[in-house]
Design a protein around this ligand. Sequence first.
Ligand code: MG
Length: 281
Amino acid sequence: MPATLRKNLLPRLRRIRHVALDMDGTIYTDKTLFPATLPFLNLLKELDIGHTFLTNNPSKSVAGYLAHLRGMGIKATAEQLYTSTQATIDFLKRNHPKIRRLFVLGTPGLGDELQAAGFKLMPDDPKSPPDAVLVGFDLSLTYTRLCRAAWWIKKAKPFFATNPDRICPTNEPTVLVDCGSITAALEQATGRAPDAVPGKPNPAMLRGVLNRHSLTPQSLAMVGDRLYTDMTMARRAGALAVLVLTGEATVAEAKKFVPKPDLVVRTLAEFGELLERSRRS
Ligand SMILES: [Mg+2]
C-alpha cells in the first residue's frame, strides 16, 4: 500500500468516473509503452471508468496523436484525446467568441485543427490584421513570422499561447525550443505577456475535459508525472491529483511540493488496484 494513502481516500476513489492521463512519463516514455498501461486501460473499461489522454504538446493534430498511440498498441478515438490545441480552441470559443481570424505561429497540425474548428488563418501581411495572435510549438518558426506576431502584439491584438513549456524533452542531441520560449522572445520584444495560456497547469485544460463529458471535478482523477503541471492543474481544477513515479517527479520532491498530490503511486498498476479496491469496500 502506498505510504500516502489517506483515510478518506477510498470514498474519493469510489466517486471517480473518468481518468485524465498525461502521456509522456505516465503511459509511456519516448516510444516505449509502460507494461502497466494496457492492463490499466482494460481495468478502467471493466470498472466503467472513462479516460482521456492529455498532452500540452500542440505540434501534432488529433489524427497525428491517434496514429502515435495506435503505433504503441493503444486504440483511442478523437473524443479520448485532449491537447493544448483543444484546450485553446475551447477557451477561445467560450471566452472570446468574436475572435475568428488568427495570426498563428505553429505547425500545420495546429493550423488544421484551428481551421476545422472554424478559425481563419491570416497571412503574414500588415494589411491583413488578425483578431488575435496565437503562439504554439512552432517547429518551422521563421524570423519574419516571429516579427509579424510581435507587430500585432505591439498593436494591442489579444495574445494567446497554447502551452507554457520552455523546452520539449528529447533524447536527441539538441534542445527543442518550445512554445514558452517563443512566447518569451515575443514578451521581450513587445513588453507584453500572453493574455492567457490554456495548456497545463491552467485548470482551463481540465475544465475542457469536464465540459466535454459533463463531469463534476470530484468524479475526475488527473494522473501525471509532473508536479508543477499535472498536479498543480489537478488541484486547481478540484480533481483528484494522482502522481505516478514513472516519469519526472520523485517521492522526495512530491513531499516538499505545494499543493500536495492527493495520491502518489509507483505505477498505473498500483492506481488500478486502489480503484478496484474502492469499488469493493
Ligand atoms: Mg508527463
